[in-house]
Design a protein around this ligand. Structure first.
Ligand SMILES: Nc1ncnc2c1ncn2[C@@H]1O[C@H](COP(=O)(O)OP(=O)(O)OP(=O)(O)O)[C@@H](O)[C@H]1O
Length: 305
């Protein structure tokens, strides 16, 4: 369904945009139907930039993003694209205008996508979508954003996506602002949606959430993929020192992920046979488990030989 091929993003920064900042470099991965892929990395690793490029909120500097083989930038009718792909973000409050009732988000969908739907039919559809995200329509319809909790507002945004019957959801840190019990509700909700065939890109810096929710995991560092593959393989048998340091630092509150201690172990990328390098910059260490060079310097040694 969604495929990223060597995607890069360069921002122009500094006075008059005179400097370049490479936020994403050569990132390739796929999200299939009914698949949850988590995109994990520390702050500044390029996760949101990737999400924004997929949602066409940021331009793509290099590479291609395709949906069913179609370059997303060639889909001129953005409405057609957003009918299939939607995003939900960390702060649900910022997605609502405080002067309007929260359910205005549904009215806007009707105006744009279903203008012919009759009032009764539409109300039933909205109620159905709310029930599917485990909200009681009677409790939330007609209320202003400040009268609803963060979890309710977040679920209403997911209901909006359900109403559109989208195929791919970019969920960017959607539960970091929710309390523990609401978190589990939203995670279970994502599992239900996945069972109905929705593909989900779950952007998070929280490893345990990624492990809980996803089929496949992509670990990003400084805008590059360091490791990716089936979640049980990446978490069960991490091959890159960075992933290992991430996993090791989970129980240590406030430990910085970059505090990785260099390891005196062979680099999995350079240990892997040449024929396992089926993807640029990555070697397949086992079925559906890929790793990048640990920064061991072997490539430089080769170049200089
Ligand atoms: N609009 C922008 N202009 C210039 N630089 C940007 C812009 N947006 C992001 N960046 C930079 O790009 C890099 C990647 O940022 P991004 O927000 O994608 O990271 P992230 O992994 O999502 O971080 P976080 O988890 O903190 O949201 C960072 O160095 C950031 O400062």
């Amino acid at each position: 369904m969604l495929k990223l091929d060597s995607v890069s993003k360069v921002y122009r920064v500094g006075a008059f945009g005179g400097r370049e900042l490479k936020a994403v470099s050569d990132v390739s991965f796929e999200v299939g139907e009914g698949e949850v892929v988590s995109l994990i990395g520390e702050s500044g690793s390029g996760k949101s930039t990737l999400g924004r490029m997929i949602l066409r909120l940021a331009s793509i500097s290099g590479g291609r993003i395709t949906l069913d083989g179609r370059d997303i930038t060639s889909i001129k009718d953005r409405k057609e694209y957003y009918r299939q792909v939607q995003g939900v973000f960390q702060d649900p409050f910022s997605c609502y205008n405080p002067v309007f009732r929260a359910d205005r988000v549904f009215a806007m969908i009707k105006e744009q996508y279903f203008p012919q739907a009759g009032a009764d039919e539409w109300r039933k559809r909205v109620e159905g979508a709310l029930e599917s995200v485990r909200l009681d329509p009677g409790n939330v319809l007609g209320k202003y954003p400040h009268q609803l909790s963060g979890g309710q507002l977040q679920r209403m945004l997911i209901a909006r996506a359900v109403l559109l019957d989208i195929r791919l959801l970019v969920a960017d840190e959607i539960i970091s602002m929710l309390d523990a019990s609401t978190r589990i509700d939203v995670l279970n909700l994502l599992a239900d949606l996945r069972a109905r065939g929705l593909g989900i890109l779950f952007v998070t810096h929280d490893l345990s959430l990624g492990n809980y929710v996803s089929d496949r995991t992509v670990v990003l560092r400084h805008g590059k993929i360091v490791e990716m593959g089936r979640t049980d393989l990446v978490f069960g048998n991490p091959a890159h020192p960075y992933t290992r340091s991430l996993l090791a630092s989970v129980p240590r509150l406030h430990a910085k992920w970059t505090d990785a201690v260099p390891e005196d172990v062979p680099c999995a990328f350079h240990e892997a046979p040449q024929e396992s390098r089926t993807r640029p910059g990555l070697a397949e260490v086992e079925g559906d488990h890929f790793v990048a060079c640990a920064g061991c310097g072997a490539s430089k040694i080769k170049e200089n030989a």
